[in-house]
Design a protein around this ligand. Structure first.
Ligand code: SF4
Length: 472
């Protein structure tokens, strides 16, 4: 394990100071500017050997002020049920293609899918299985995102998960639990009104009993409050130790790094109260050191896992093979040669799918913003996303383009520093540098196309942002 000072020596250049999380290349704001409305034919998927699916549920009970996800507070049952109807309609259209490839992983994300009843979730899973004509016993990793709820105790959660994990088709096999902080005062300041520590413990205890494997998610980089600077890393380690002391497995811990993200409510209005880059590194280093001491090993992205069985599959489809289809409002699809972004417009999505017999082509033209990537961009994406997903990647096969030359030079620098290591299969993040995952993938973006959009981009109206980048 690196000494703390070694991490500081790696700065500048791979500092978290100018980077938050990043999940794809090219940066979505760049891809959006070049996108066309429509142009993704689902029949393209027929030739894929397999794929994974993401299904978005954009409703929550809480309104967390650090959250940049596509979601809204559910006002009434009608909003939710009409959205579920639209989702079913979209799944039906997808199921209409001649030969649906085998599904390997399904991710129910949001929002908060666990605010649906077990019956509603079972119906949704049944519809997905029917649309995909899944054979009984198909081996599919099924993940559900969960958030604590006031008034739901461990028995209530246990009954809920029991019905979802005992299904014959598409049983839930993974859960991702948003814990975020381990202090009731901080959780309250975050707007997580339903997520006290005791409510979180009830949820994690039920998940631990019922679900094969699961992840607990924490936040670092939250603005300081009246109590002054916090030791977020120490709090995360305390949470893991507390949960394990109560007999829970805590098989995977992931860190969601929040820093200098201008498009989320709390940091936009409180940039001056964000921790410094050096403080943030300290917290990440504290978490990494403690979890490795507890026997965790590097997982994908920013996750630490107890064993290889706790690694998830969906990330490989999303970041390595790029056969990951998003359904619902505001979702993303990662295609072998492109990216599809959807507008965050729940009402528009519902209205479109409510038409008597919509065709896929209409849905595509109305809500898909499709970007096809050049050969150079595909090569950049293979390496940047591959490293992020924890997979060894062969270095660039050609350096004829300026971006690839820049990337090759940065990879050499990171290898010389020990951030990356050479393995027989290619370059990979070293275990010590897992805490720098976000910073490394941001650093590898070309200088001419930084991960973060310029400030002016945020200030522009949404309608103008698509026209802002027209090259390529
Ligand atoms: S963090 Fe989770 S529960 Fe909170 S608003 Fe975002 S999606 Fe909803």
């Amino acid at each position: 394990m690196w000494e703390r000072s070694k991490v500081s020596d790696l700065l500048p250049g791979i500092s978290p100071e100018s980077h938050s999380f990043t999940y794809t290349y090219p940066p979505p704001y760049v891809a959006l500017g070049r996108s066309s409305r429509g142009g993704f034919d689902i029949a393209e998927a027929v030739v894929w050997p397999d794929f994974s699916m993401y299904v978005h549920f954009p409703f929550c009970r809480m309104n967390c002020n650090f959250c940049s996800l596509h979601r809204q507070t559910a006002q009434n049952e009608g909003m939710v049920s009409s959205y579920l109807q639209a989702l079913s309609q979209e799944l039906r259209l997808f199921g209409g293609i001649e030969c649906v490839p085998p599904l390997r992983a399904l991710y129910l994300g949001g929002g908060t899918p666990t605010m649906l009843s077990a019956d509603e979730l079972n119906q949704l899973l049944d519809r997905i299985a029917a649309a995909l004509r899944l054979p009984y016993g198909a081996d599919v990793e099924v993940t559900i995102e969960c958030a604590p709820e006031q008034g739901r105790d461990v028995h209530g959660w246990a009954a809920f998960f029991q019905t979802l994990t005992s299904r014959r088709q598409l049983p839930v096999t993974r859960a991702s639990v948003g814990v975020e902080a381990w202090s009731d005062a901080v959780l309250s300041r975050m707007g997580r009104t339903a997520a006290t520590i005791s409510a979180t413990q009830a949820l994690v205890a039920a998940v631990d009993q019922a679900v094969a494997t699961y992840n607990v998610d924490f936040l670092v980089g939250y603005p300081r409050g009246p109590e002054g600077p916090r030791e977020e890393g120490r709090d995360i380690v305390s949470a893991v130790n507390d949960l394990r002391a109560q007999g829970m497995r805590v098989p995977s811990v992931s860190i969601y790094q929040l820093w200098a993200v201008e498009n989320i409510p709390i940091s936009r209005t409180a940039l001056h109260t964000l921790p410094s880059a050096d403080d943030l590194l300290q917290e990440l280093w504290t978490v990494q050191s403690a979890l490795y001491d507890l026997g965790y090993i590097p997982g994908y992205g920013t996750a630490f896992v107890r064993g290889a069985e706790d690694l998830h599959r969906w990330t490989r489809h999303r970041y390595e093979s790029f056969r990951h289809l998003g359904f619902g409002s505001g979702s993303y699809s990662f295609l072998p040669d492109g990216l599809v972004q959807r507008e965050r417009d729940v009402a528009g999505y519902r209205a479109l799918l409510a038409q008597r017999s919509p065709h896929w082509g209409e849905v595509d033209r109305a809500i898909n913003l499709v970007t096809r990537l050049s050969a150079v961009e595909l090569e950049m994406r293979r390496i940047i996303c591959g490293l992020r997903s924890g997979t060894p990647v062969p270095p660039p096969t050609a350096t004829s383009a300026a971006e690839l030359e820049e990337l090759a030079s940065k990879l050499n620098r990171l290898t010389d520093l020990g951030v990356l290591e050479r393995r027989s299969e290619g370059l990979a993040l070293s275990a010590e540098s897992l805490l720098l995952t976000n910073a490394v993938s941001s650093y590898l973006h070309p200088g001419a196309m930084p991960r973060k959009p310029p400030a002016a981009w945020h200030a522009a109206p949404v309608s103008r942002r698509r026209g802002a980048h027209t090259s390529g």
